[in-house]
Each structure stands twice: as structure tokens, then as C-alpha cells.
Design a protein around this ligand. Structure first.
Ligand SMILES: Nc1ncnc2c1ncn2[C@@H]1O[C@H](COP(=O)(O)OP(=O)(O)O)[C@@H](O)[C@H]1O
Ligand SMILES: [Mg+2]
Length: 248
């Protein structure tokens, strides 16, 4: 059996913003095709972790390796072409139609990348109707906006998707539908997903592994079942008290 390659590796990564220490000596390997969910208290560094992967932020110490390369040594624009990013709060451009929003990233390149998904394929993947293409974000439901955000991140055929609390402001039924969609996309495309959520239930439902952040580090990263069976410390124990009712 061949080894599944490591797609993201943090080696002894530390990061502060001025006086604010966020990470201290973080070490983690993420394999190709994993669906990692990230949970932890507000301000524990989940967004920072995602930004360290696509080089929007650089580590103070240590090394972030993506696709086998130290990201300090690669072209960041090329890197980000292979990494879709659904930012916290969706962040659609209000003055652009759905079509323009989805096509935004390729439009930034002087030579638009040839390997992009055609619009109809994207709409299909995120289950959006073609008739929405000429609407503006304000004319969409919350769930539809989230789907546009996902389509926009997928257009360049990324191998990695960073998703920062993508299903925040939607009702429960919509959230369920979005969860089904992203699980299907993950399965169909075989991409690697890093998915931040404040819902412990969502983390344990979607993640092939769950990464729990606390105390300037990842305190535990493992399969949902393994975490429930053997929480690493009291913080994790308390956190997963909330998913006790879930059948995993
Ligand atoms: N650009 C920044 N400048 C200064 N401090 C920041 C900046 N971005 C984040 N922080 C601080 O770093 C910590 C981690 O932030 P963040 O990664 O956004 O956490 P999370 O996404 O888990 O809520 C927080 O204390 C936050 O206030
Ligand atoms: Mg955040």
C-alpha cells in the first residue's frame, strides 16, 4: 500500500502579533484528502492557522510546508491559486453579481489560469441554480450566499480548501444542507479541507480528524471517535461533553 502524502506540515511554528502570543512550537502533519475541523475558543488562533497555510501570515519561527515546499520559498500567488479560501463572514462583494463574485479570482490574473471549473460545473457542485447568476448578494438567502462563497473558492480547482466558519449565520436546516454539500464535495473531489467551526457537533460530524486548539497550540488532533474515547486533557473533556449525544 502506498503512503498518503503529507500536504501540510507545521514544524515548530511560533507566531505572535506584537505582544500577543498565538502559537508556540506547533507541530502537525496533515495528509492529502483529510477533512480537518478546527475548534477552540474565540481568539485561540484558528483564523491565524488558516492564514499561515496560504502565506497571508508568515511564521515568526519554524516552518510551514505546503505541497512539500517551505512556503517562505515559493511564489505566494501561485500557492494561493491551489488553495481555496472561504473567509470568515463569507465576504462576497456586494456590488458584484453572483457570476462576477464566483469568477473574481481568475479575473485577477493577467493570464487567467486555464485550469478553472466551468460555471455550470461549479453551480452543480454547490447546488445553485443558474438563474441566480445575475443577482447581487443582497438578493440571495444566507445559505445561497455561503454556496457562492464556496463556488468562488473552488473555481481554480484547488487541492486545499480553507474554510473559516463558513456556515455561521444560517438556520439549522440550511446548515444541515450545507454540511451535506461540503461532505459530498470533499468526497467527489478528494481535496484536503481545513474547516473552522465554533460548533463542536459540526466539527465531530464533518471531520475525518478534529483539531482542538488551546493554550497556543493544538492540544489534540485525532479521529472523532478516538477523541471521545480518550480526550487528551480536561479542556477537551469539557468540550466534548457537548457531543456526548451524537452517534459517531
Ligand atoms: N492582525 C492582527 N493584529 C494583532 N492581533 C491579532 C491580529 N489578528 C489576530 N490577532 C489576535 O490573535 C489572536 C488569534 O486570533 P485569530 O486567529 O483571529 O483567532 P480565532 O480565529 O481563533 O478567533 C487573538 O487574540 C486576536 O485578537
Ligand atoms: Mg477566526
Amino acid at each position: 500500500m502506498s503512503e498518503i502524502p503529507i500536504i501540510i506540515r507545521f514544524k515548530d511554528v511560533s507566531k505572535s502579533y506584537g505582544e500577543t502570543l498565538v502559537f508556540e512550537h506547533v507541530n502537525v502533519d496533515i495528509s492529502k484528502g483529510e477533512f480537518i475541523t478546527l475548534i477552540g475558543k474565540s481568539g485561540c488562533g484558528k483564523t491565524t492557522f488558516l492564514k499561515l497555510v496560504n502565506a497571508l501570515i508568515l511564521a515568526d519561527e519554524g516552518e510551514v510546508n505546503v505541497f512539500g515546499n517551505n512556503i517562505k520559498e515559493v511564489n505566494h500567488i501561485n500557492l494561493r491559486r491551489k488553495i481555496g479560501y472561504v473567509i470568515q463572514g463569507v465576504g462576497l462583494f456586494p456590488h458584484m453579481t453572483v457570476r462576477k463574485n464566483i469568477g473574481y479570482v481568475p479575473s485577477l490574473f493577467r493570464h487567467p489560469p486555464s485550469n478553472i471549473y466551468p460555471m455550470n460545473k461549479l453551480l452543480d457542485m454547490v447546488s445553485l441554480d443558474e438563474e441566480l447568476l445575475d443577482r447581487y448578494p443582497r438578493e440571495l438567502s444566507g445559505g445561497q450566499r455561503q454556496r457562492v462563497g464556496i463556488a468562488r473558492a473552488l473555481i481554480t480547482m484547488p487541492s486545499i480548501m480553507l474554510m473559516d466558519e463558513p456556515f455561521g449565520a444560517v438556520d439549522e436546516i440550511t446548515r444541515k444542507q450545507l454540511q451535506e454539500s461540503i461532505a459530498r464535495i470533499h468526497k467527489e473531489l478528494g481535496i484536503t479541507i481545513l474547516f473552522v467551526t465554533h460548533s463542536v457537533e459540526e466539527a465531530f460530524l464533518l471531520g475525518t480528524r478534529v483539531a482542538i486548539f488551546d493554550n497556543h497550540n493544538i492540544v489534540q488532533i485525532d479521529e472523532p471517535k478516538a477523541i471521545i474515547e480518550k480526550p487528551a486533557n480536561d479542556f477537551v473533556k469539557e468540550l466534548i461533553g457537548k457531543v456526548g449525544v451524537l452517534e459517531i
